[in-house]
Design a protein around this ligand. Sequence first.
Ligand code: HSE
Length: 432
Amino acid sequence: MRTRPLKVALLGCGVVGSEVARIMTTHADDLAARIGAPVELAGVAVRRPDKVREGIAPELVTTDATALVERGDVDVVVEVIGGVEPARTLITTAFEHGASVVSANKALLAQDGAALHEAAGRHGQDLYYEAAVAGAIPLVRPLRESLAGDKINRVMGIVNGTTNFILDKMDTSGAGYSEALDEATALGYAEADPTADVEGFDAAAKAAILAGIAFHTRVRLDDVYREGMTEVTAADFASAKEMGCTIKLLAICERAADGGSVTARVHPAMIPLSHPLASVREAYNAVFVEAEAAGRLMFYGPGAGGSPTASAVLGDLVAVCRNKLNEANGPGESAYTQLPVSSMGEVVTRYHISLDVADKPGVLAQVATVFAEHGVSIDTVRQHGRQDGDGEASLVVVTHRAPDAALSGTVEALRKLDTVRGVASIMRVEGE
Ligand code: HSE
């Protein structure tokens, strides 16, 4: 084994960074044996230098992240500060100064992954980011490497733990969205400002990364259709149950049937209770991959938190250090297919539409005609008369597969009917 250590600069020492530093220290011998050389912390860049950081020598702590990545003797930079800047500049500077990078930064990779890969390649360095998608779950490496010989047609997953916790709570307890969010906040799953999670931004960044890797094409955050889950109601769950389904916030990346384009989207959807993703409870993540030769694979585990995310970071650190010793590089960006990313209107799926309608003769026929005029075929219709004597009924229509644009046109036309008093909810049905 080489005795000269590989030097690691850590950018960020929050819940993930502190765990990375702790495991690097406590498992130093095992890591050295697995890599073939010891690894040592060369410096830790933080915002608040006065905070006590157990297990980290105070002389390693600095507020000058730029000076740390410019030192020139650092082999690997681990970036766990998040956000686009200054992370982007620091990572680019690290490559320029001969360091490979391990990052957990989904927002940056979803926005600027191509430019970062290009910079890494130009400087002969590695860019690894297993921790950016679904925490501890090995997913980026299996897609980039283990499945590199296969053709992936679909990636569908629960990639946000906060929203899965909230939806699971609504499902099991009958709670409304606000009540379930309050519980997620009290238990530390939801952040004080939960927007990135509940509005689907976090999942959309992960969808962009997964779609890019799975389909060997460039997919950016802006290409991902996104709907949050704040409008999901207890009534939606009751409706889902009647259909033998539950509701999950899904990230779905698909190759079009003709293979000529791809789509990436995040939205709440009903899935049958028999689907493996339906049994993913609490804050767990899971990703279902459909590949031509491999068939259906499911990756499951903790998608967030200090230790699980640190596990993914350390796995990358070992891989990148091995590459350094071998004077080799791991896989870079693979975007050779250059497939266009289609809009949401072209996505083909099934829909569950809940309408409040006048309870009188001919209404069902009127509604059915609107669906027919837009080329959307109805699978089932359920009507519940109301006991409150207001002359209204709830009509639930479940469709066969149709393009999203056709469904939007249908709903627009339904809203114009006098007999349709309101569109209570529209939910896509997946996983059948
Ligand atoms: N906030 C995310 C989640 C974890 O709830 O899954 C980090 O991406």
